[in-house]
Design a protein around this ligand. Sequence first.
Ligand SMILES: NC(=O)c1ccc[n+]([C@@H]2O[C@H](COP(=O)([O-])OP(=O)(O)OC[C@H]3O[C@@H](n4cnc5c(N)ncnc54)[C@H](O)[C@@H]3O)[C@@H](O)[C@H]2O)c1
Length: 289
Amino acid sequence: MPIQKVCVIGAGVMGHGIAQLNAMRGIATLLIDEHEQALQHAKDTIHKNLNISIAKGKFAAELLQKTLDLIDYKTNFDQISDVDLLIEAVPEKMALKKLIFEAADALLPTHALLATNTSSLSVSEIAVCTKRPESVVGLHFFNPPPIMKLLEIVRTEQTSHTSVEMAIAYAAQLQKTHILVNDSPGFATSRLGICLGNEAMRMLEQGVANASDIDQAMVLGYGHPVGPLQLTDIVGLDVRLAISEYLFTKLQNEAFRPPEILKRKVSQGFLGKKSGQGFYAWNQENFEE
Ligand SMILES: NC(=O)c1ccc[n+]([C@@H]2O[C@H](COP(=O)([O-])OP(=O)(O)OC[C@H]3O[C@@H](n4cnc5c(N)ncnc54)[C@H](O)[C@@H]3O)[C@@H](O)[C@H]2O)c1
């Protein structure tokens, strides 16, 4: 059975994009955030981004209202007894994710798949706080979710074959290409991405080149669509710092030690695109996804 109803918890950078993507594929979506303001921002951004896609000829104008109507916005997740799939997209903090999974486990129907969009944290550790670890997977989306082609599926030792099959079928339903990765810190994507991003920051600190030239090295020299510093701005410096700290603790490899420049910028509130300033200044024009 295809997924018919999804609940996304956390309506930030990733949550609103995941909700938009699900609605674009005709899936009823409940988007939850503890802050009313975050929900309003998500609603406005989804509307704006769908209009941009329509203007670019990438989305049919006649589907706009139907797609918007498929998303329901709520500040609590009391009503998830009819949800087939839960996707948690709250900040990269283990304790917070565990709280969400514990609470959702008590409310979801038995057939539901429980997924975390964590970039790096142990999916096994999150799963054990539920009474059904066999139904827990990582579904790692990429930013922006409606556009990026990859879905990284993370399975733990306890994830059942049925749950993996469900996740793979869901990736196809979303028209994404999936990769299947065993649970380990940073999975396949963040582990490699953080290495590159951290080294680019250390090169900036050491005066090897300016931010734009370091990025151009990877864009024009290696064919990356965006450079590692610009990507850090898009992801969020706070998110990248949390991942880097976690990977350094778990893997004890110097490549993952958070660079000083990253720690300093986060403490100053320079979080990248979402705050208007990171390694680059983001004006209203390039704020658009
Ligand atoms: N930013 C990226 O590019 C990116 C990419 C892939 C995966 N991720 C992962 O996705 C997750 C979310 O990251 P993000 O960048 O969207 O974070 P974010 O800070 O932009 O958004 C998180 C949202 O969760 C909400 N929230 C916090 N506590 C909550 C609670 N108890 N109940 C409901 N809502 C709550 C916040 O109000 C906020 O709106 C993280 O695990 C991150 O590692 C991020």
